[in-house]
Design a protein around this ligand. Structure first.
Ligand code: NAP
Length: 272
């Protein structure tokens, strides 16, 4: 009841058709909130939404749109204008093209920058104002260990994740005293369809139907997020990341870049 009072009556989850976003949508519904599920694949969204309604008896709204589109934020805010959105979770943001910056078209990086930085910033600006007026609410932005320090083959991706992390921290300083919780949830490897596809493409995993056993489960990171949402501003949801961040705090940024480059070569099979 306390959770629903702070974050209800609707949660808006961007990137809710699978993986971490779908687990967030399920988690909110299990706690009594209605859920807006947003992603590009309408049929899958409808399926996830129907399951949530059946299991939890809450209301859902499925919103099929591309967050890379120039007018994405305006379309989202128009589509939820009649709802009391008490919590925003922005999940969509993974990189699926691990090439050198110069080997991929600039449009790829620009589109990711828009989806990962501009749109969540626009949504926060629009949706946090009524939350502040109500004196309650929550915002979760998903970051990555790639945002700690620069590394090859994820040049623009890592930079967008650094933006998301610092943006969440800074927003927390302004909104927390006004009753709105903000959390930058930093993930390590998490067993989502996007991660499986990436690993299969790179020859590091057998099948998209098989779990990546060393990775965190979406359900676990979402439970961790709920446990830390009221604390903020940043939560490292992965044990290795927590260990790694302590290590990075002991070395200069330049040494950190070298360490991250080597780690990237080992874990992703990066060639450069
Ligand atoms: N998985 C990991 O190992 C890992 C590690 C570190 C950080 N993260 C972060 O965790 C978040 C979730 O990652 P993920 O692995 O679940 O993959 P993801 O591709 O970021 O998220 C998948 C969800 O986002 C939707 N989506 C993707 N692009 C979209 C777009 N342009 N417009 C609308 N919806 C879009 C997908 O549905 P549709 O395809 O139907 O649109 C799906 O519902 C991301 O921010 C990622 O950076 C993940």
């Amino acid at each position: 009841m306390e959770f629903a009072r702070q974050y209800g009556s609707w949660a808006l989850v961007a990137g809710a058709s699978d993986g971490v976003g779908a687990a967030f949508a399920e988690g909110f519904a299990a706690r009594g909130l209605n859920v807006v599920l947003l992603a590009r694949r309408q049929a899958l969204l409808d399926e996830v939404a129907a399951g949530i309604r059946t299991r939890h008896g809450v209301e859902t709204r499925a919103l099929a749109l591309d967050l890379s589109a120039p007018d994405a934020a305006a379309r989202v805010t128009t589509a939820v204008a009649d709802l009391e959105v008490g919590c925003l979770v922005y999940c969509a943001g993974a990189e699926n093209d691990l090439r050198h910056f110069l080997d991929a078209p600039l449009e790829h990086a620009e589109s990711m920058l828009h989806r990962n930085c501009t749109v969540p910033m626009q949504l926060c600006h629009h949706l946090a104002r009524p939350m502040v007026e109500r004196g309650r609410g929550g915002i979760v932005l998903i970051g990555s260990g790639a945002g700690f320090v620069g590394a090859p083959n994820m040049v623009a991706y890592g930079a967008t994740k650094a933006f998301d992390m610092v943006f969440a921290e800074a927003l927390w300083t302004e909104l927390k005293p006004r009753g709105v919780d903000v959390l930058g949830l930093i993930l390590g490897e998490t067993d989502t369809p996007a991660l499986r596809r990436l690993k299969v493409e790179r020859g590091q995993h057998g099948s998209v139907d098989e779990p990546v056993r060393a990775a965190d489960s979406p359900e676990d990171v979402v439970e961790d997020a709920f446990a830390h949402l009221a604390k903020g501003p940043t939560r490292l949801a992965n044990r290795q990341l927590r260990w790694g961040s302590r290590l990075f705090s002991l070395v200069s940024r330049n040494v950190g870049v070298q360490m991250m480059t080597k780690a990237s070569e080992r874990s992703m099979g990066v060639d450069h």
